[in-house]
Ligand binder design. Structure first.
Ligand code: ATP
Ligand code: MG
Length: 171
């Protein structure tokens, strides 16, 4: 079993392609209100968790919610793909603005696992091509995460490592 140590007050940024298991991991490893999901925010602003046209409003809401929680001294997890440098840069800045340490947890499940899982989901309709391109983006970015400002970077490789990982909060 591998332990992921994070500061008690962190902004935890999950990073992984669609189908990598971010929402499943967040539900298992964190408390019921600790994870803020971009899909949930899409649903709140548009009525449809998959409405890509609602992305800008959904992220406005996500940033607002995360900011409120950090101001209250609450550890917060961002459940969004965060595979692009721009997406992560905004979150690193948000953490800094609230004097909180940003921690990255990468769920590197393997592209084919993610593609197969998404094919079986009724709530996802991306083509395999989109997921494969994002997987390539992600592979490029893993070694840059420290430079981007993440205080800690944890990369979980494969289904088993993701399932076995436990979170330890350091005071
Ligand atoms: P998205 O970015 O599209 O929201 P996600 O990274 O949040 O995807 P999940 O929704 O957690 O991914 O998982 C995708 C699918 O894979 C779900 O149907 C989920 O039940 C399944 N899944 C997740 N983890 C596992 C696992 N360890 N074993 C088997 N199935 C899993
Ligand atoms: Mg999800």
């Amino acid at each position: 079993m591998s332990e992921i140590h994070i500061p008690e007050l962190s902004l935890v940024v999950l990073i992984g392609i669609s189908g990598s298991g971010k929402s499943t991991f967040a539900e298992r490893a964190f408390g019921p209100f600790e994870a803020v999901s971009s899909d949930h925010c899409r649903g709140l602003v548009s009525g449809d968790t998959t409405d890509q046209a609602a992305t800008a409003d959904a992220f406005d809401l996500l940033y607002y919610l995360v900011g409120k929680r950090l101001d209250r001294g609450l550890l917060t997890v961002v459940d969004a793909t965060n595979v692009t440098r721009q997406a992560r840069a905004g979150l690193v800045r948000l953490a800094r603005d609230h004097d909180v340490l940003p921690a990255a947890i990468v769920l590197d499940v393997g592209t084919e696992v993610a593609v197969a899982r998404n094919a079986a989901r009724r709530d996802r309709s991306f083509g395999a091509g989109v997921v494969r391109r994002k997987a390539a983006d992600l592979r490029q970015s893993i070694r840059r995460l420290k430079k981007e400002g993440f205080r800690s970077v944890h990369v979980l490789h494969g289904v088993e490592e993701i399932q076995d990982a436990t979170i330890v909060r350091d005071r």
